[in-house]
Write a protein that binds this ligand. Sequence first.
Ligand SMILES: Nc1nc(=O)c2c([nH]1)NC[C@@H]1CN(c3ccc(C(=O)N[C@@H](CCC(=O)O)C(=O)O)cc3)CN21
Ligand SMILES: O=c1ccn([C@H]2C[C@H](O)[C@@H](COP(=O)(O)O)O2)c(=O)[nH]1
Length: 282
Amino acid sequence: MSLADVTFINMCRDVIENGTSTEGEKVRPVWEDGTSAYTIKRFGVVNRYDLRKEFPALTLRRTALKSAMDEILWIWQKKSNNIKDLHSHIWDSWADENGSIGKAYGYQLGVKHQYKEGMMDQVDRVLYDLKNNPYSRRIMTNIYVHQDLHEMNLYPCAYSMTFNVTKEPGKDKLTLNAILNQRSQDILAANNWNVCQYSILLMMIAQVCDMEAGELVHVIADCHIYDRHVPVIKELISRTPYPAPTVKLNPEIRDFYEFTTDDLIVENYQTWPQIKNIPIAI
Ligand SMILES: Nc1nc(=O)c2c([nH]1)NC[C@@H]1CN(c3ccc(C(=O)N[C@@H](CCC(=O)O)C(=O)O)cc3)CN21
Ligand SMILES: O=c1ccn([C@H]2C[C@H](O)[C@@H](COP(=O)(O)O)O2)c(=O)[nH]1
């Protein structure tokens, strides 16, 4: 039984049983037909995933791992904010006529900043620190940039990664852990999608720094199920999970900028049938 499924089921039960409804509140998102998209929400959810034990892919329904990796490469490697550089259509509703989502995600990670060591963007700063000063407690990114929020079509949801290295007794390699901070989470559309993509990111960064990927701690402020998703979630969590798949990276890649989705190796990913045409609140 996949550990990620158990975490997901417990989180959904907690939101449904102990969450509060936003119905009647002034909410921002709408459904495609223009009606308000209300949620049941739980404040302050924290989930831990140990990548040394299992890759945290859901088996209750299939997570599109290559598409999820493609999006994280779009943000962290291509540092793009244009949907023309993305192979899926998940961002189409938030792009302008030129394909831009504004100064969000990849745009922010591509901005160069002045450091004592020279000009670097946030991704190169992380790679530099992990290679030169791995025990630093200052290795983190942040794309929630207030001065640019007015030029973002959607404010970043998963907005910060804090990397932290531990030296485990008896292990040759250092362990790379991370905390993903997320202000808002659409559980059905994107919880496992986000968990898997940031796990892959952690694996990629660990590999190019010659470390082992350890724990991903996912901190979610507003963790919600949209009203139209509740019956789907109830059906999903009634399913019996399969064992977790094996997910690896091509071990030959040593440069973060050389990874492609072809380097993701997925084996034995047995899942329940996909839920088709999930409505996405805009
Ligand atoms: N309401 C809302 N929820 C989100 O999850 C979300 C947004 N808005 N806005 C921006 C991005 C876009 N995201 C999305 C949007 C759609 C899927 C989605 O439809 N996923 C499909 C698989 C897609 C594929 O195969 O490429 C799925 O079945 O989960 C995932 C993430 C995450 N974000
Ligand atoms: O990576 C992502 C991006 C977006 N989401 C969800 C979370 C919310 O349901 C919406 C954003 O709406 P806000 O009103 O800006 O919070 O998108 C996600 O779960 N993961």
